[in-house]
Design a protein around this ligand. Structure first.
Ligand SMILES: Nc1ncnc2c1ncn2[C@@H]1O[C@H](COP(=O)(O)OP(=O)(O)OP(=O)(O)O)[C@@H](O)[C@H]1O
Ligand SMILES: [Mg+2]
Length: 420
């Protein structure tokens, strides 16, 4: 691509605007399509950072790995940690160097296969194959993640790399995952990057690639999912595949339609890797500012309590997402995801700080700290919520034993629960 590139962003088959990128200065430009502004609908598609004006807007403050110079709501569609590993491998195999690929060119690869409802044009054409096999894909992903072996020695053929490229680069996060669509009647599995239909269930599958001694992080995530559901945390229906992979229905693909979503980080430009704005108080303020209904605020409180009590310390700003209701031009809290014990339970860590602070703290959070947040955001009955979540810690051992998790893993995770 040329040095100064332009790409078009669309939603619901209409162009919202164009983004430009200045490679040397890591600056981006955004300009709304005047027709989109004139329609006067979907006014809150991008509630922050990008202003509703027909003028060109320049963004220079979002340089760095998280946003890569782009407006954060656009950067949310870029491949993330795992996606970039796959991206790099695929480029190397086709003799290209990732350091020469600009974020806009990456968006062109995202094209129509991104999470959420934003699409980027002109999109790069990538050939597709209809059916897929999860065992095969898992083996390829294991090879891709093997840092000791060079791309050539891994002996991956173009076809298998292409499949992983299509399925593994869109969803965010660090753990290996793919997008797969399953036919509701026949159970046939298809690449989930482009399919969107009411005949299919659209899944995000977190692949188990490093299970040892019966300890699979995806099993732990499934157990956490079961417990979270039991305490009224909203989550998409999820299941285990082959007793090891964690498959969850996508909330950005519902009723045969793409749903527009933004993470708390993409919505605001708060960098989820930096501590400055990473606090639950900011997240609550954002939820209030977005005019979320009070039941969503209470739901957020449940999730915060769950994360503290179940020691999910990886509760960063990209692990909270908002979902857009396009008929009402309103935002809601999206279902919860990535609720798990995030560390390796077979290792000991000296000091673990929570990604988001509560009452200024990242360790040693007390019941009083949680009560203080409840008071600030008018959450009723916080004691009852916490009590319910603490009682649910009992479920962990029972479920973990039924999944044959090693007892030392069960003991370790259980010992980290905060039963205040
Ligand atoms: N059910 C879902 N529907 C739609 N998108 C989802 C769903 N679950 C997760 N995602 C998206 O995929 C991304 C990665 O998922 P998740 O956070 O579970 O992965 P992870 O690799 O464990 O993340 P981390 O790097 O935080 O450990 C999320 O940031 C979210 O945007
Ligand atoms: Mg995550």
């Amino acid at each position: 691509m040329a040095k100064n590139q332009i790409i078009s962003v669309s939603f619901n088959n209409q162009e919202i605007g164009k983004i430009g990128y200045d490679e040397d200065r890591r600056k981006s430009f955004f300009q709304y399509n005047p027709d989109f502004l004139a329609k006067d609908s979907h006014k809150r598609l991008f509630p922050y950072v990008i202003r509703r004006t027909p003028n060109v807007q320049v963004f220079s403050e979002f340089e760095g790995e998280t946003f890569r110079g782009l407006p954060p709501m656009i950067a949310d569609s870029l491949p993330d940690y795992f996606g970039n590993i796959v991206f790099k491998e695929w480029l190397e195999a086709t003799n290209k160097d990732i350091s020469n690929i600009s974020p806009l060119e990456q968006l062109a690869y995202v094209g129509q296969r991104g999470m959420g409802a934003l699409e980027f044009y002109p999109a790069k054409e990538i050939s597709s194959k209809s059916s897929i096999n999860i065992d095969e894909i898992t083996e390829v992903v294991k090879k891709v993640l093997d840092v000791k072996t060079s791309v050539k020695e891994k002996g991956l053929n173009d076809h298998s790399l292409l499949t992983i490229f299509k399925l593994g680069t869109s969803a965010g996060g660090a753990r290996p995952k793919i997008l797969v669509s399953e036919h509701k009647e026949t159970g046939q599995l298809k690449a989930g990057d482009l399919v969107i239909s009411e005949d299919y269930n659209h899944y995000l599958i977190k692949l188990s690639v490093d299970e040892h001694e019966g300890y699979s992080k995806e099993k732990v995530e499934y157990i956490y999912y079961k417990i979270a559901q039991s305490v009224d945390i909203w989550m998409m229906e999820s299941k285990m595949i082959d007793d090891k992979h964690f498959a969850t229905l996508r909330f950005d693909r519902q009723k045969g339609k793409k749903q527009h979503i933004l993470t708390a980080s993409g919505m605001t430009g708060w960098d989820y890797k930096k501590p400055e704005q990473s606090s639950y108080e900011n997240l609550f303020k954002l939820a209030v500012d977005l005019r979320l209904p009070h039941k969503d605020i209470e739901q957020l409180y449940r999730r915060m309590s769950f994360n503290v009590i179940f020691s999910n310390t990886d509760d960063h700003l990209k692990n909270f997402t908002f979902i857009y209701n396009q008929e009402k031009d309103r935002w809601n809290l999206a279902p919860a995801y990535d609720l798990t014990y995030p560390l390796d339970a077979l290792k000991n860590y000296l000091r673990v700080s929570r990604a988001m602070s509560i009452n200024g703290k990242r360790t040693g959070i007390t019941k009083d700290d949680l009560l203080y947040v409840a008071e600030q955001f008018s959450v009723k009955n916080p004691q009852a919520i916490m009590h319910e979540v603490v009682s649910a810690t009992k479920q962990f051992r029972v479920l973990a034993e039924s999944f044959d998790l090693p007892s030392k893993v069960i003991d370790k995770i259980e010992s980290e629960f905060r039963k205040f």
